[in-house]
Design a protein around this ligand. Structure first.
Ligand code: PEP
Ligand code: MG
Length: 324
């Protein structure tokens, strides 16, 4: 596959039997953008807005944020740019906003922080929506949602910001609002979440961490962190089929989407959008173009019955080897 990667950017991301998938990128800096466009990305599935926050020594003002967001939205327009609201806490610490906890991954992180600090949230979503004026390719996504109340509280704030901007004479549209599924409780509320959100995006890095109770950054337990664990695969399948039954589109923006073997299984399950680091995009596209979705479904049927992650990894590896 390697020699043909350069010519791939123009070709559609579809399987040999014509199943179309959308390949998007994860970004955090403007530096990611050119590379993403060259590689044929169909938009941004995850803009990690905390990255520009991490590079500063104080919170960026609403106007500074607007400029950062405008650059991203302009670079990809008319393709969609999915901006995740600030996801700090856990492993992502802002020096100027210290959070000291003994158990940070189960603590104050993601949407929990911004709902407790509506002024931070409002400034951010105002900046995003201002930046989208005239482009209308913004999508807003909420991290670490564990229940419906958080979605509704966030939506209220976004609607308030939107109304205020209309009063200030901005000509903008209300952006689609999506929920990240990365806390296990969201799996069991997926029907209601899919009913109320405009889209769903699975954060498989955190979802794997929380399902298996394995710290994603602890090398001592790295050998038991398996994104292809049978329990994770079953959860991933449940999420997409339940959300699709509600008519809601589902993407995934964790590292699994950027691994050829993971991408095969996700396509088998019916994921509509795979969002990944731009580096991985050509390889994933080449892999998908080389297989039939029907065959990925057979592979999925086979591995979802297996008892252990190593066996699944081995079987998926062998399948990949066969297609070259
Ligand atoms: C995830 O958890 O899978 C994800 C995409 O978000 P992050 O890696 O930024 O936590
Ligand atoms: Mg996450």
């Amino acid at each position: 596959l390697a020699h043909s990667l350069d010519h791939l950017a123009e070709l559609p991301a579809e399987t040999a039997d014509g199943h179309r998938v959308h390949l998007l990128v994860n970004t955090g800096l403007m530096a990611d953008v050119t590379r993403s466009l060259e590689r044929g990305a169909e938009g941004v599935g995850l803009f990690r807005t905390e990255v520009p926050f991490l590079l500063r020594d104080r919170f960026p003002s609403e106007e500074e944020q607007r400029e950062i967001y405008r650059e991203q939205l302009e670079a990809f327009a008319p393709m969609p740019v999915t901006m995740r609201t600030l996801d700090v806490g856990g492993d992502k610490a802002l020096a100027y906003f210290p959070i000291e906890e003994t158990n940070p991954f189960l603590g104050w992180r993601g949407i929990r922080v911004t709902l407790d600090h509506p002024e931070i949230f409002l400034a951010q979503v105002r900046a995003m929506m201002k930046a989208s004026q005239g482009l209308n390719n913004l999508r807003i996504m909420l991290p670490m949602i564990s229940g419906l109340n958080e979605l509704e509280a966030a939506r209220k704030l976004i609607e308030r910001a939107y109304r205020e901007l209309l009063e200030e004479d901005y000509e903008i549209e209300m952006p689609p609002l999506g929920v990240m599924v990365e806390v296990p409780s969201a799996i069991y509320q997926i029907r209601e979440l899919a009913e109320r959100a405009d889209f769903i995006s699975v954060g498989s890095n955190d979802l794997t961490q929380y399902l298996l109770a394995v710290d994603r950054n602890n090398s001592r337990v790295a050998n038991i962190y398996h994104a292809l664990h049978p329990a994770v695969l079953r959860a991933l399948q449940e999420i997409v089929s339940t959300a699709h039954a509600e008519g809601t589109r589902v993407g995934i923006c964790g590292e699994l989407a950027g691994e050829p073997g993971g991408a095969l299984l996700l396509v088998a399950m019916g994921y509509d959008m795979l969002s990944m680091n731009a580096t991985n995009l050509p390889r994933v596209k080449a892999t998908l173009r080389a297989v039939r979705q029907a065959d990925t479904k057979l592979l999925l049927q086979q591995v979802i019955q297996m008892d252990c992650a190593e066996e699944i990894e081995h079987t998926v590896g062998a399948f990949l080897h066969k297609i070259g």
